[in-house]
Design a binder for this molecule. Structure first.
Ligand code: FMN
Length: 279
């Protein structure tokens, strides 16, 4: 039976970790299905039929991204213990992200079997900067993500055990996290007003509308942004083929092109091959 791994990723870091975990599970002889958040609507997930599943997202404002949180809240209660694991990528301040999502799922009768949080070398990972040539993926983090998948496989097979590799929260992170919870919506609301639009460059391809994970963009001759939905993930601007959509403060910004472009990146299937050769 396939293990579904649902994830959201704007710049690719969380997708990378999802792939590494998936390869680890494959090494443990499980089949997996990676499900990006934007393709969730086409799927009808029946949680009662799963043996186990995973959820991953970036940390935004010391919480997993609002789209993933809202989706998790809508997951129906299950009638038997279904195992789940969580993962996130962050810039070093994840706060109580994992704990909060874990709590919601446990209240719906799901059984927690593990979590991993990875601090990425590119921090906020929004804009490409020259400094990125000095940073490097940590081999340890890459292997840990892969091994997390292997150990999860063992836990799923044995039917018991927990592997909690979430980060130890910094002092006061619960309090700060609680403040962020109140402040995040007003913040996003204000920041999303910094979007600029150049109608001469726009080719009306509606990529911005399609890429938006919160349905905050309605394209009518131009993108109309719902400031109460935007979560400032930059997917619209990053994917706009003509840069018609841009950030007013940084109109010439170049967006980070993903984890592959950072030194030390190891492709997930290459790592799987390396591990297969070791045994
Ligand atoms: C709007 C925004 C808010 C963020 N807030 C936090 C945060 O509170 N704590 C943290 O550690 N990282 C934060 N980050 C950094 C991201 O979690 C990190 O870059 C992540 O790897 C991005 O994942 P992705 O590449 O899958 O989109 C934030 C990034 C953005 C764009």
């Amino acid at each position: 039976m396939k293990i579904p791994i649902v994830y959201f990723s704007s710049s690719g870091n969380t997708e990378y970790i999802a792939q590494l975990i998936s390869e680890g599970l494959k090494f443990a002889n499980f089949e997996t299905e990676l499900i990006p958040f934007n393709s969730l609507e086409e799927k009808s997930l029946d949680f009662n039929t799963f043996k186990a599943f995973g959820i991953g997202a970036p940390v935004y404002a010391m919480s997993l991204t609002p789209n993933i949180r809202d989706w998790v809240k809508k997951i129906p209660r299950v009638n038997r213990k279904i195992k789940f694991f969580l993962f996130d990528t962050n810039a070093g301040f994840p706060g109580p992200s994992i704990k909060n999502i874990r709590k919601i799922l446990e209240q719906k009768n799901f059984e927690f079997i593990g979590a991993i949080e990875i601090v990425v070398p590119t921090r906020d990972s929004v804009f490409d900067t020259n400094l990125f040539k000095y940073v490097k993926w940590s081999r340890r983090n890459i292997e840990r993500s892969f091994q997390f998948g292997i150990i999860l496989g063992k836990i799923i097979r044995m039917g018991k055990g927990v592997l909690d590799w979430s980060l130890t929260p910094l002092p006061f992170s619960r309090v700060i996290g609680a403040y962020f919870k109140v402040l995040e919506r007003p913040f996003y609301n204000i920041f999303s007003r910094l979007f600029g639009f150049n109608s001469e460059k726009c080719i009306k391809c509606k990529t911005c509308e399609k890429e938006c994970p919160t349905k905050a963009i309605n394209f009518q001759e131009r993108p109309i942004i719902n400031h109460n939905r935007c979560m400032f993930c930059f997917r619209c601007m990053r994917n706009c083929p003509t840069n018609a959509l841009f950030l007013k403060l940084l109109p010439k910004a170049i967006y980070f092109k993903g984890p592959k472009n950072i030194r030390g990146y190891i492709s997930p299937d290459q790592l799987l091959e390396e591990y297969k050769k070791r045994v």
